[in-house]
Every structure is written in structure tokens, then in C-alpha cells.
Design a protein around this ligand. Structure first.
Ligand code: BGC
Length: 809
């Protein structure tokens, strides 16, 4: 019925209209065609919430980062979060959420690591499928991204991911395949990078074998393939293959160029029709042909049910890395808690880049821990800054002043004036067409005697003066690419010390380039940062250590920050920023009840991990940060997390330590051995292995038995003192075969009371046995013996069953 309707509508559309539909009207909106009852459709980023598309950023529920979601290994919980996403999309009048990300955490330094679920294809595919089903059941579309090989950020819009066909099938395409076949997403995003599978090397937006052949052909994907933003570089090549929609708009390589190409016979009209058919199918699915306009976008994310789910999800996702003296959960009668660390005061709740959302609030660890321990004295100590840059100028030295902003045209005439009050992000948007340069002027009124540090950080061509002296100047023009490079969010600045003996005015004048070559990229950016004279990092560490000495329990929150984890760059190393390792060691020396909480999305090295009594991996926990940590510390919620990636002990051991392209190529030379498989292949010992997580109980495993052709059942007993959840993991090995040493084949969880036993059945999908036969281009199960090992993690395997496959298939 609906396909017939789509054909009827399609038949009514002249070629101009059909082609017009295939490029966005704006950065986030598609064209409407009222004459056929098609309203404008809106897409909006994920995967941490729904960002919304208005300039006045509205609040949105801010979820724990996807790796935290995957750490739950809990499809039902992921579905709860998916339903929150769908509600957020409705609140932002978005028809499609640009999530989930099912690229793999191939290297721990990858900038968007936190946006991905896991280093493992099976776990990623499972989590993504649960998410997609839950979102779309509410009538909101998802866009699974970034198809494919988009696993790092260095040269991200141009690198060629060279992936051999078998690794491509068994590893990088695998989560896409599972989610497309089982979750049936309505949109897939083609990545920025190119893919070389040994047969075809072309940009992901025009990869015929992958888009037309695999995704739409083999897997039967019937939705829309959209390009990543600004990713489409060609007219004919991209239009002839599987790409359906170019974003953002207006402009871009299709529009009138595509119309001409169709008229000139370079792109067949039936290719256009197929794309429009898919767009109309999407419109029908999201209700854009129903005649009902979406409601106005609104603030959201703080209704009690959402808050409760987000709090519990972040607590459950937390991974217990160590709990030597059963320090955790903390006893309710402790008297003095010293809460320490820059991330304790200002938790890093989400990574940077397109996933960024404005949360309705961020629950403070200090307030929530104080609430959870009402009889204790809880004090907070930063223990030194961990940031490279100074803080943004705020009220203190500013004395109620403002930023005077003048927009100048190329002739130097002022075409617009505005003011901003502190703290101000430094970004000037909604520029008039004539904008060429933006002049920002502000006056500091520092009063405290001593050296005040002032840092001014512009993007692009600029001239900056502080206190009458030129601080920095450059003629280097920033192009539209800066929007794709998140370092523009923390531009490098130049710092100067201004000596204050008595209060006086210090003038800052910055003239910066307006970056305006297109509707999607239209801004000027200059950050003014300032730091009062104050205690040094060493002084702050000493103060924190003194507080720890006096306390019954020291809770040290270490972690990364928005200068560290973001879209747009890969990390140069795996170290914690600043002197956090020092801080932990010195606190642990004076307090033998020290709990270290790691607030990071991607692995960081924890050289003291086995020297402290307790350690938790707390992820990028989202808006309910404080409450989730309090619940874990009190034990109100069990931290049930199991690592969805491997935590290295030493940087030198990491199997894929970086993804720096060589001559533009990222060679996926490790083949099938991604993540934990690589650690197993190389026989290296990580700090904590894939699948690791202690929880708050202990478990006894009985002998596994085979209970179906592809099912294993294992008896487990909760031998601890509290109700708890166990994730039983099953790994396959195939001695003598050309396979990874072992690979995750299935998992199942159980939650039982203390002393209770349960039989946990783990189903292993057929695909786990199959391997891709490169020469025949088909999946096969080789005959032979398979060993299915079950246990608590990839390296804590408790028993196994042998499964013999007599004849190959
Ligand atoms: C990112 C995508 C995102 C898009 C729109 C791109 O730079 O790679 O993940 O959906 O921008 O913001």
C-alpha cells in the first residue's frame, strides 16, 4: 500500500523537484514539497542526546557516552536509553537522530572512541541493534554511522582505510550488517574516508561495491544513504552509486550539477528515482507525509523518569577495576570524605564535537555524595588544574564588563555591532553576508596584586593586542575545514603575564577572520582566557593530600577533559592530563582507604592501578554524573559494568597504537585481530582485559554443558553478600584454523540474590562460527573442532565445551 503511494507521488514530480530533494535545504533540514504533502524533515546529532537545530541551543537529556552504554552489556537498558533518545528527538522536532555510531575502537587514541560502543564487532552490533529497534519503535528514525572504516580522526576527511576483504566482512562491516539486518534502520551515513578493499578504492560516499553491492544489495537496506557532512566530493560518481542524499545544504556537488549530469546522460534518471523513492519512504516512516507539522522544539531532559533512568544507567555502567579490601561499597557511617580532583569538581560528562549536547543540568558529585552520606563531612579539593589552557574569562577580573563585538566588511566598515557578557564562548555566529573580520574588544579590571595570565586564542587570520602590546598576529586563512576539526573549539592561544600592582584597566583587542564560505560554516572565533594569581598546582596537590590525611576515605576523581577527547583529532598519547598520577600516588600514600574514580571515555594509563585499594571506571557519565557516583559509592546501585575494550598497562603494548596515515593510507594490517583479539595474538598482558568488571559480588562457575546446536549453559552461584548481576561471556577458538586466537561469540546475563544459583544459557549465532571466504565471496563454516569457552571476561575463562562440526557448509 505505502509503496504504491510512494510510486504515485514519485510519478508526479518533475526532474527538477526530484533532484532538489536530494540535497539538504539547510545544514539540518531537507526540502519540503507541499504540492505532494511532504513537509520538511529534520535530522539532528546524536549519539549522546539530541542536539536540536536552533541557534539558541535548547537543553537535551545527556546520556552516558556509548562506550558506557556498551559496558552494561544490557540490551534492555540500551532500549530504555533508546526510548529516551526518541523522546528527545520529538522534543527537538527531529525526525531522524544521527546515531548510533558502530565504528570500532580500533585504536585507543581515536578521537571519537567515546562515541563508539566497543572494540568488539559482536558487542557493538548487539548494542546498536537494541538501540535502533527502541528508537524506531517510537516513530523516530536513526542514522547508523559512519559506513565504513571511519575509526580514527587524523586526516579524517581524506584517508584511505585499506582493509582486506575478510577483515572488512568479519570485523568492520559486521556491526553494520547486524544492525541493518536485525534493526532495520531508516538511514545510514556514508563516511568521510575512502575504503580500499583490494578491489575498489573509492570514497565511502561513492563506493559502489559497498553501498550498492553490500549494503543495499546483499543486506537489503531500503532506507536512505546520507553523506557525512561535506563528505561528498563528486557529482557523477557519487550519484551513480548508492548515495541518496547530500548534506549539508544548500549548495554542494549535486543540485544544478546533478540536474545537468542527468540531462547530459551521465547519471541515469532511474538512479534519481531510486534515491527519491527512498527519501519518500523515509518521509512516510517518520510521518512527514501525514499532514501534521511537528511541534516547536523545546527544552527537555529533566523530567523525573528520564533523570532516574540516566542516573541508574551511569551507575550500572561503572566498572569496578579493583576492590582489594572490599572498601566498596563505602560503609554508611564514615565521618569524613575528602573528594579530590579537577574532575570531581568539574566532571567531564561528554566528549567534544558533533555529539555535544546542552544538558538541563549536571548533577554535582560533591552535592550528591554529601546527600548520600548525610552524617559525614564531605570536603572538595581540586588538587591542581589538569588543563592546558587557562579558564575562559568570567565575572571575577571582569567587573561586570562586556565583550564589544564589531563585524567589519572587506573595506573595514562596521556592518554590525553586538555585545556579549562573560563567560562567553568566543564564538560569533549568524554573521551577515558581508562579514570579513570581527573585532572583539574587552576591558579587564584585575584587582588582585600579582601576575595575571591572559591567553587569547583566535581561529584564522588575526591581530591580537593585550594592554597596548601586540600579542599575536597571523595572515593564515582558516577555511571551511575548521568546522570539521574540533581543535577550533580550543584554539591554541598565546599567553602573556600582566603585572598588577594596583587596580587598573587592561584592554584586550582581537581582530579575527570571519570564516564564511557557506551556510554551514559561518563564524568567527576568539577566546579570551584569564587566570588570577593563585596557588600553584604543587600547592593544590599538597592541600589535597593534607585533606586526604585527615579523612576516613579519599575519593580521587581523575580523568580526561574536553581538551583531550573529541571528534576532530586523535590523542597523541594515553596519559592522564596534568599531574594526576602524582596526585593519586600521594593521596594513596597518606590514606589507605583511597578510591580512585576514572572519568574518561577512552583508555588512559593508570600506572598506580594495582597500588590503590579501589578503582572504578566511571566513563563520561552524562548529566546525572553526581548521583550515579553517589549510588555506586553507597552501593545503592551495583556497578555492573564490564569493559567493552581493553585497558592497556603500558603504551608500548597497544597492538594498534595510532592510526596516522602513511601517504594518505591507514593500513588495517592487524586484519581480524582488532582489540582484545590483538592482545591475545601478541600474548600481551593488559592492565584489565576486555570483558573485565568485578561488580560488588563474587561468583562461582560450574561446568558448562552444550544444550543446543549452538547453545551453551553454565551454572553460576552468587557467592557474595548482595544481589548482583553477572555477565557470562562465551568465546570461541578453533584450533588449527586461520582464525583469531579467540573471539567473542555470545553473552548472557543473570541477576540473582546472594546465595542463589542460576543456569545461564548463552546462544551463539551462526555467524560466530562462519568465516568469510574471500575467493568465493561467501560465508562458510569450516569443518573441525571448536571450543566454546565461558567465563567472566576474555581472560577469566572458567569452563568449556567442544563442538564438532563434521561437514563444512
Ligand atoms: C560527523 C557526523 C555528524 C555530522 C553532523 C560530522 O562532522 O562526522 O558524525 O553527524 O558531522 O554534525
Amino acid at each position: 500500500m505505502s509503496e504504491e503511494r510512494i510510486e504515485r507521488l514519485l510519478a508526479r514530480l518533475p526532474l527538477e523537484d526530484r533532484v532538489r530533494l536530494l540535497t539538504g535545504e539547510t545544514a539540518w533540514k531537507l526540502y519540503a514539497l507541499p504540492e505532494i504533502g511532504l513537509r520538511q524533515m529534520t535530522v539532528s546529532d546524536g549519539p549522546i542526546g539530541v542536539r536540536g537545530v536552533t541557534e539558541q541551543r535548547l537543553s537535551s537529556a545527556q546520556l552516558p557516552a556509548p562506550s558506557a552504554m556498551a559496558a552494561t552489556w544490557d540490551a534492555e537498558l540500551i532500549a530504555d536509553l533508546g526510548r529516551i533518545m526518541a523522546a528527545e528527538a520529538v522534543a527537538k522536532a527531529a525526525d531522524v537522530v544521527l546515531a548510533p555510531v558502530v565504528n570500532l575502537q580500533r585504536t585507543p587514541v581515536a578521537g571519537r572512541h567515546f562515541e563508539c560502543f566497543s572494540e568488539d564487532p559482536l558487542l557493538s552490533g548487539r548494542m546498536a541493534t537494541a538501540f535502533v529497534e527502541a528508537v524506531q519503535a517510537e516513530g523516530v528514525g536513526v542514522c547508523v554511522k559512519h559506513f565504513v572504516g571511519n575509526d580514527s580522526e587524523t586526516e579524517r576527511t581524506s584517508y584511505v582505510a585499506r582493509i582486506a576483504p575478510r577483515a572488512l566482512r568479519e570485523v568492520y562491516l559486521a556491526p553494520f550488517e547486524q544492525v541493518v539486518r536485525d534493526g532495520k534502520p531508516w538511514m545510514v551515513m556514508a563516511a568521510y574516508n575512502a575504503v580500499d578493499d583490494g578491489v575498489e578504492s573509492s570514497p565511502a560516499t561513492e563506493h559502489d561495491r559497498l553501498l550498492a553491492g553490500v549494503l543495499k544489495g546483499e543486506w537489503g537496506f531500503d532506507g536512505v544513504v546520507v553523506s557525512d557532512w561535506l563528505a561528498t566530493k563528486s557529482t557523477v560518481e557519487s550519484a551513480r552509486t548508492g548515495l541518496d542524499l547530500v548534506m549539508p545544504g544548500p549548495g554542494g556537488p549535486w543540485r544544478e550539477h546533478l540536474l545537468a549530469a542527468v540531462r547530459g546522460g551521465e547519471v541515469p534518471e532511474k538512479a534519481i528515482d531510486e534515491k527519491v523513492r527512498r527519501l519518500l519512504r523515509l518521509a512516510e516512516r517518520v510521518g512527514a507525509l501525514d499532514g501534521t507539522p511537528p511541534a516547536a522544539p523545546r527544552n527537555s531532559g529533566d523530567d523525573p523518569a528520564t533523570v532516574a533512568t540516566l542516573r541508574s544507567a551511569a551507575a550500572r555502567a561503572t566498572v569496578v577495576l579493583r576492590n582489594e579490601t572490599s572498601l566498596l561499597p563505602l560503609r554508611p557511617d564514615i565521618q569524613r570524605i575528602a573528594l579530590i580532583g579537577a574532575n570531581a569538581l568539574d566532571p567531564f560528562v561528554q566528549g567534544g564535537g558533533s555529539a555535544h549536547v546542552v544538558p538541563p543540568h549536571v548533577a554535582s558529585p560533591l552535592a550528591e555524595i554529601a546527600r548520600a552520606f548525610p552524617d559525614a563531612e564531605v570536603t572538595a579539593h581540586r588538587g591542581g588544574t589538569t588543563r592546558r589552557h587557562l579558564p575562559l574569562l568570567d565575572g571575577g577580573a571582569f567587573d561586570g564588563g562586556a565583550f564589544e563585538i564589531e563585524v567589519l566588511d572587506a573595506a573595514g566598515s562596521v556592518v554590525q555591532r553586538r555585545t556579549e557578557s562573560a563567560p562567553w564562548s568566543g564564538r560569533v555566529t549568524e554573521l551577515p553576508d558581508a562579514a570579513d573580520t570581527v573585532r572583539v574588544r574587552t576591558t579587564l579590571r584585575p584587582t588582585a596584586p600579582g601576575d595575571h595570565l591572559v591567553e587569547v586564542a583566535p581561529v584564522g587570520r588575526h591581530h591580537v593586542s593585550v594592554d597596548g602590546r601586540t600579542l599575536s598576529e597571523s595572515e593564515r586563512i582558516a577555511g571551511p575545514e575548521v568546522v570539521l576539526d574540533s581543535s577550533a573549539n580550543h584554539p591554541e592561544g598565546v599567553t602573556t603575564a600582566v603585572e598588577i600592582t594596583e587596580p587598573r584597566d587592561v584592554e584586550v583587542i582581537a581582530e579575527v577572520q570571519a570564516v564564511t564560505p557557506g551556510s554551514f560554516v559561518r563564524f568567527a572565533h576568539v577566546e579570551v582566557r584569564h587566570q588570577e594569581p593563585g596557588p600553584s598546582v604543587e600547592d593544590e596537590i599538597a592541600e589535597a593530600v593534607a585533606a586526604a590525611r585527615r579523612a576516613d576515605v579519599a575519593v580521587v576523581v581523575v580523568g580526561t577533559n574536553d581538551e583531550t577527547e573529541s571528534e576532530g583529532w586523535d590523542r597523541p598519547h594515553l596519559d592522564l592530563p596534568g599531574r594526576q598520577n602524582d596526585l593519586v600516588r600521594r593521596v594513596a600514600e597518606v590514606n589507605d582507604r583511597t578510591v580512585v574514580v576514572v572519568n574518561a571515555g577512552a583508555p588512559v594509563l593508570l600506572p598506580w592501578l594495582d597500588e590503590v585499594p579501589a578503582a572504578l571506571w566511571w566513563w563520561l557519565p552524562g548529566q546525572e554524573a553526581g548521583g550515579s557516583l553517589a549510588d555506586v559509592l553507597t552501593g545503592a546501585v551495583e556497578p555492573t559494568g564490564r569493559l567493552p575494550w581493553t585497558l592497556p598497562a603500558r603504551a608500548a603494548d597497544v597492538p594498534v597504537p595510532h592510526a596516522i596515515p602513511v601517504d594518505g593510507v591507514v593500513d588495517y594490517a592487524e586484519g581480524l585481530d582488532v582489540g582484545h583479539r590483538g592482545w591475545d595474538r601478541l600474548g600481551r598482558v593488559p592492565a584489565r582485559e576486555f570483558g573485565f568488571g568485578l561488580g560488588y559480588s563474587t561468583w562461582q562457575y560450574g561446568d558448562a554443558v552444550q544444550t543446543g546446536p549452538r547453545q551453551v549453559t553454565v551454572p553460576v552461584v552468587n557467592t557474595g553478600a548482595r544481589r548482583a548481576r553477572e555477565v557470562v561471556q562465551a568465546y570461541l577458538t578453533a584450533p588449527g584454523q586461520d582464525r583469531p586466537v579467540r573471539w567473542l561469540a555470545g553473552f548472557a546475563a543473570v541477576e540473582v540474590d546472594p546465595g542463589a544459583a542460576a543456569a545461564v544459557a548463552v546462544d551463539v549465532p551462526q555467524r560466530a562460527f562462519e568465516m568469510w571466504d574471500e575467493s568465493a565471496g561467501i560465508w562458510r563454516i569450516p569443518a573441525g573442532e571448536y571450543i566454546l569457552q565461558v567465563g567472566r571476561s576474555s581472560r577469566d575463562l572458567r569452563s568449556s565445551v567442544r563442538i564438532t562440526v563434521e561437514t563444512a557448509s
